[in-house]
Structures are given as structure tokens and as C-alpha cells.
Design a protein around this ligand. Structure first.
Ligand SMILES: [Zn+2]
Length: 277
């Protein structure tokens, strides 16, 4: 997939869709209903772009013209009326899950494009590839792709209750399922067992795949699982996890909002126990 420095106006009649970031927030048109900026909307702010690139070019074999782009504007730019910014975590609730995924892609490509400038092997300046979504080094030939860091997230169940924990980084009173990054040499299942053991000192069994979700904070993918308690009693590590408990469907604490896979795992548990989320 071609990625950078394509002239987005090469005679296209396809409506362009723009994922414009002001700081860490996405610019959204908000007059009657919320929507992403399109070709006609961006004229008033496109002169403020400090960087821009292509998100997708459609199907290369059919010679489709690119129609999705990212751009960055300085955080002190005053937006025209009818445009607001929303945090990436709120995009799913406001514009739907699929747009959240595209915004996640846009945000990660933007950050990667800006931060990965020099070759990590020889130090020369990288060039964007014209044939793939990567950068290449003209001196030593090294190829660099945008990083994606997998993390596991797991809903553990014991006797009709779900394990929810309070992470030190959460807002006050918020609880969620256990999550953590996969380490080198681990399977996803190994990572699930290790994270649960490290964070709350219990062992789990019957680990089953649930689903996955791109998570652009900063360039992760959350891989979700369900599991059953096997042994041990809850002992939060006191560092990352401040509190943990087993919760029945009718006594849920404050939960993660929106379309996060954490919330989907919790809602799946509640639904399986016949309680409306
Ligand atoms: Zn090099």
C-alpha cells in the first residue's frame, strides 16, 4: 500500500475524507450532526497543515484514487465555527466503531511518519516507499514498517462473577478487566497467564479467544480473551493494580465507556448472565 507524499488532488472526483489531528485530538465537523471533514470542509483549514499523508489508496489493482488522508495542525490553531475536536477515545461513541479504527490507523501512521525519520542501522535519512506502507534507507537498504505492539486483555470468571481490577492510571472508582503487553517469546495465552498472575496472583484456565481491537495508545492492538479462575486468591500487586474483586452482573462498579474491547468483554459476561449492559 502506497503511503506518503501522494498528490491527493490528482483529478479525483472521489470525496476525500480527512482525519485531522490537533494535538492528540481529532477534528470533527459538528453542525447538525457529527461527521469527519470532507473535501469541501477542509478548504478553510488546509493552509494550517504542518504535515499530511495518505491513509489508504483503495485498491491499487483498480487504480483507485486515494480518498482517506491524515493531517496535523498546530495545537494553537483556532478552528472555524462548526468544527470541534474530540479525544480519540471518544471517537467510537461519537462516530462509530469503524471510524474509530480508521482514526486509530491515521493517528498511528501520522506519529510514525513524524518520529521515524532516520535509519536505525546507519543513521541516514529514510525515504517513504512508493510501493508499500513502509520507509526504506537509501544507503543500507533497511526497511522499516510502522510498529504494532500486541497486548492481551482478559475477562476472568469465577462462579458467576467477573474479575475487575482498579489500575493506578484509571480515573477514580473505575474498574476494568486485566490487560498487559505481550513480551518477546510469549504466546498470547502465556501473556494472559503471566499478566493475571503478576497483577492479582491467581492462576487461570480455559483461555479462549474473544476478539481484537486496534488501540492507538500509542500503537497497540488489544487481543481479547475469556478465561476461568483455576486457583489462588486475589492479591493486587499494589503497584499497577490498587484493588481487585469478583463482581456479579448486578453489582458492577464504574466501567470503561464506549466501544473499548474491555467494555465488550464485560458486557459479554453480563449478557451471558442475562443482564442488560
Ligand atoms: Zn541505513
Amino acid at each position: 500500500m502506497t503511503f506518503l507524499f501522494i498528490n491527493e488532488s490528482r483529478g479525483s472526483t472521489v470525496e476525500q475524507i480527512w482525519y485531522i489531528f490537533k494535538g492528540n485530538e481529532l477534528v470533527v465537523c459538528h453542525s447538525s450532526a457529527a461527521k469527519l471533514p470532507t473535501t469541501s470542509d477542509i478548504e478553510i483549514i488546509s493552509d494550517k497543515y504542518v504535515n499530511k499523508g495518505v491513509i489508504s489508496i483503495g485498491d491499487r489493482d483498480k487504480s483507485e484514487t486515494p480518498n482517506e488522508f491524515w493531517a496535523e495542525i498546530p495545537s494553537d490553531v483556532v478552528l472555524p465555527s462548526g468544527m470541534i475536536t474530540v479525544g480519540l477515545r471518544e471517537v467510537g461513541s461519537l462516530l462509530g466503531e469503524q471510524i474509530f479504527y480508521r482514526a486509530a490507523r491515521a493517528y498511528q501512521l501520522m506519529n510514525w511518519s513524524e518520529r521515524y525519520v532516520f535509519c536505525m542501522s546507519c543513521g541516514d535519512r529514510l525515504e517513504p516507499s512508493l510501493v508499500d506502507n513502509c520507509k526504506t534507507c537509501p544507503t543500507c537498504g533497511s526497511v522499516f514498517y510502522p510498529p504494532v505492539s500486541p497486548a492481551v486483555i482478559v475477562a476472568v470468571e469465577r462462579e458467576g462473577k467477573i474479575l475487575l481490577a482498579r489500575n493506578a492510571s484509571f480515573p477514580p472508582k473505575r474498574y476494568s478487566v486485566i490487560a498487559g503487553f505481550v513480551e518477546p517469546g510469549e504466546s498470547f495465552e502465556d501473556a494472559v497467564r503471566r499478566e493475571v498472575r503478576e497483577e492479582v496472583s491467581i492462576e487461570v484456565k480455559d483461555i479462549k479467544y474473544f476478539g481484537s481491537q486496534p488501540w492507538p495508545f500509542p500503537h497497540s492492538i488489544m487481543v481479547g480473551f475469556t478465561a476461568k479462575w483455576a486457583s489462588g486468591e486475589l492479591e493486587p500487586d499494589g503497584r499497577e493494580i490498587l484493588d481487585a474483586g469478583w463482581f456479579s452482573p448486578n453489582e458492577m462498579p464504574d466501567l470503561p465507556p464506549g466501544v473499548s474491547i474491555a467494555r465488550k468483554l464485560i458486557d459479554n459476561f453480563r449478557h451471558s448472565r442475562s443482564v442488560e449492559p
